[in-house]
Write a protein that binds this ligand. Structure first.
Ligand code: UD1
Ligand code: MG
Length: 457
């Protein structure tokens, strides 16, 4: 099948009024990726050799998103929404270029799996002119029913047109289809709009194909593949299904999650085997974690990398550009941004490390802050291998601390510290014997005086 060419047409012209949102529906995100991005990704993974999107509402933003996932995608605009068959014909030019298979997909159906698309394509390879993606459900209400006879799909009957017998059928139309590329234009152009809604229904091509003696099949897929999102509630449902699916994949690939339901993943999260993830961890987009890492509870990661055996949290915040080498540690209440933390280095407590490099095995004491921003520009801090930064140090960038250098606690470091040097950046301590007693006496006298004055008044 892989030699067959395939054009995927993604219908995404809908306004999505029921979302009650200014954002075009298909740009709402599931796992951090706009729904239409998921659809394009699935199309490509199912072996599509070309992608065409039909856009309308929010055309430019939707087109941009499609091109992000598939730079060569053809985009056409459907300016009037006259039905799904009419929408497909907006991509007429792409269809006419000639493909073995045409896949019709919806931009608001983000959970479609490549394997399910493959099943529909397989029916074409076996000689079907049209393959419909159907699902079985106990609650078929509202869906078109798939009317089969001797293994052939005869028609898709909308609920309101069903006989009682047909209404009892629980095999329903998911909406997605595969069509023989040589027949597609002919079949779709034959669709009329003589129905109650006056729309051109793509589903009509089933009966048109059958009337011409062509084969039509139905590929049974799990319901989530065809789950269409129309409201924020359905978006949340799609999100939950996506998360459950992906968590399951990770568990089966050797990742430990103590309470999987509390771990939020993004569309591109990569986690190696033997990583342990404690409860309540959030992975934003662009995170990769090598094997054997430990992510303690309540950590939040975005565009970050953890090397083999790195350990973070609890309550670690890894922001974009956090790059933790193998065996490094970032502990509680630490924030790392655009910084490389070298192999075996430790940033264990209450620190901010931003725009910095921390050398191998360096030890960053509690409360260390890189002062990377002066309100106008950002500057870098370089910390050498094996350096020791004492607790509560402010490193005022641009500044560097050399290999194996030692910075005393409470320092404000404004000048570079050479290799192996010891730097103090704080006032020297003075101790006055007995003066605490004098101080207390003085303060008590002042308190007594004020009290006396008040009672006189
Ligand atoms: C469709 C099926 C129905 C199936 C259901 C499953 C048709 C005619 N009906 O109905 O049998 O049970 O899906 O969810 O296909 N679109 C455009 N331009 C248009 C019309 C639609 O781009 O002119 C897009 C929509 O934005 C949407 C998709 O096509 O992404 C499907 O259209 P929709 O109106 O949701 O069809 P349903 O009524 O759900
Ligand atoms: Mg729909």
């Amino acid at each position: 099948m892989s030699e067959r060419t395939c054009l995927s047409i993604i219908l995404a012209a809908g306004e999505g009024t029921r979302m009650k949102s200014a954002l075009p529906k298909v740009l709402h995100k599931v796992a951090g990726l706009p729904m239409v991005g998921h659809v394009v990704k699935a199309a490509l993974e199912a072996g599509s050799t070309a992608v065409a999107a039909v856009v309308g509402h929010g055309a430019e933003a939707v087109a941009d998103e499609v091109r992000t996932a598939s730079p060569d995608a053809a985009v056409s605009v459907q300016d009037k929404r006259l039905g799904t068959a009419h929408a497909v014909l907006a991509a007429r030019e792409a269809i006419a270029a000639g493909y073995d298979d045409i896949l019709i997909m919806f931009g608001d159906t983000p959970l479609v799996e490549p394997a399910a698309l493959g099943r529909a394509r397989a029916l074409l390879a076996e000689g079907a002119a049209v393959a419909v993606m159907g699902f079985r459900t106990d609650r078929p209400n509202g869906y078109g029913r798939l009317i089969e006879k001797d293994g052939e799909l005869e028609a898709i009957r909308e609920e309101r047109d069903c006989t009682d017998e047909e209404r009892a059928i629980n095999f329903c139309n998911g909406g997605l289809m595969a069509i023989d590329g040589r027949l597609a234009l002919d079949l779709i152009e034959a669709v009329g709009n003589g129905n109650a809604k006056g729309e051109y229904y793509l589903t009509d091509i089933v009966e048109i194909a059958r009337a011409r003696g062509l084969h039509v099949g139905a590929a049974e897929v799990a319901f989530d593949n065809v789950l269409g999102v129309n409201t924020m509630a359905e978006l949340a449902e799609a999100e939950a299904l996506w998360q459950a699916r992906r968590r399951q994949d990770l568990l089966l690939s050797g990742v430990t999650m103590i309470d999987p339901a509390t771990v939020y993943l993004s569309h591109d999260t990569k986690i190696g085997a033997d990583t342990l993830i404690e409860p309540n961890v959030f992975f934003g987009p662009g995170v990769s974690v090598a094997g054997g890492a430990i992510i303690h509870a309540f950590s939040h990661l975005t565009q970050a990398r953890l090397g083999e055996g790195a350990e973070i949290g609890p309550f670690a915040r890894l922001r974009p550009g956090a790059d933790l080498a193998e065996g490094s540690k970032v502990g509680n209440f630490c924030e790392i941004k655009a910084a490389h933390v070298g192999p075996g280095a430790k940033v264990n407590h209450l620190s901010y490390i931003g725009d910095a490099t921390v050398g191998a095995k360096a030890n960053i004491g509690a409360g260390t802050i890189t002062c990377n921003y002066d309100g106008y520009n950002k500057y870098r801090t370089e910390i050498g291998a094996g350096a020791f930064i004492g607790s509560n140090t402010s490193l005022v960038a641009p500044v560097s601390v050399g290999n194996s250098a030692y910075v005393a606690s409470g320092s404000v470091v404004t000048d570079d510290v050479p290799d192996d040097a010891l730097a103090f950046g704080r006032a020297r301590q003075t101790t006055k014997e007995g003066r605490a007693r004098d101080l207390r006496a003085r303060y008590q006298a002042e308190k007594d005086r004020r009290r006396a004055e008040k009672s006189k008044a």
